[in-house]
Write a protein that binds this ligand. Structure first.
Ligand SMILES: Nc1ncnc2c1ncn2[C@@H]1O[C@H](COP(=O)(O)OP(=O)(O)OP(=O)(O)O)[C@@H](O)[C@H]1O
Ligand SMILES: Nc1nc2c(ncn2[C@@H]2O[C@H](COP(=O)(O)O)[C@@H](O)[C@H]2O)c(=O)[nH]1
Length: 206
């Protein structure tokens, strides 16, 4: 019989589009998904918690993770490093759990190269004006950093064709519903493939 592995979902999109907001709302509905907490060298923001929002690390500690091949992917983004701890993701997937990554585009493309069976979802804003308003209203970045993140956003949006799905985050409810539908549909696909495979195996064994 085919071993049931978990599905790796990757959510990307420009900074401020609402990835974290959509993911948190999705996790309130879908308790079967496991969130992979990333490592970062950026400073902790007010209200964030180490080990919940990120594992906050020094540049030296992050470099050590790179050197020991402990990251599934990593990227430098607007002056800081971000990466996905490899062991957690691999163990969860092997054990049959679905894992959810919330990462920027360079990292997502590394995952796509090494783990093409993943499901890649790109979240876009209704407009660039609205994206700017969302980052500004969040109030976590200086004007300079907002400008750098918006500059990155233009490059990132050009990459959306590399993704399996594109979802517009117009309202949070709409976006969550669509991402939830993607998760369910990928599950149905996986179950159908497993059933077909197991049926074919039984035929061969007859
Ligand atoms: N559909 C929406 N309509 C209006 N505001 C939204 C919507 N989705 C998210 N927001 C708001 O936009 C801001 C940015 O959202 P969030 O922090 O989730 O973005 P993000 O993509 O995770 O950003 P980053 O990549 O920088 O971590 C937040 O203040 C959030 O409340
Ligand atoms: N390549 C990766 N990108 C990541 C990871 N964790 C988060 N991110 C992305 O970085 C930017 C900036 O995040 P912020 O918290 O400083 O606003 C954003 O697009 C995140 O999704 C990761 O492990 N790898």
């Amino acid at each position: 019989m085919i071993e049931e592995k978990g599905i790796l979902f990757v959510l990307s999109g420009p900074s401020g589009v609402g990835k974290g907001t959509v993911r948190k709302a999705l996790f309130e509905q879908d308790t079967n998904l496991q969130y992979s907490i990333s490592m970062t060298t950026r400073n902790i923001r007010e209200g964030e918690k180490d080990g919940v929002d990120y594992f906050y690390r020094t540049h030296e500690e992050f470099k050590e993770m790179i050197d020991t091949n402990s990251l599934l992917e990593y990227a430098e983004y607007v002056g800081n490093f971000y990466g996905t701890p490899r062991q957690y993701v691999e163990e969860m997937i092997e054990a049959g759990h679905d894992v959810f990554l919330e990462i920027e585009v360079q990292g997502a493309m590394q995952v796509k190269k090494n783990f093409p069976q993943g499901v890649f979802v790109f979240l876009i804003p209704p407009s660039l004006e609205e994206l700017k308003n969302r980052i500004q209203d969040r109030g976590t970045e200086t004007e300079d950093l907002i400008a750098s993140r918006l500059q990155e956003a233009r490059k990132e949006i050009e990459m959306m064709e590399a993704y399996d799905y594109v979802v517009v985050n117009d309202s949070i409810d709409n976006a969550v519903q669509k991402v939830q539908a993607i998760v369910q549909s990928e599950h149905c696909k996986k179950e159908r493939v497993a059933k077909q495979y197991n049926k074919a195996l039984l035929e061969v064994e007859k």
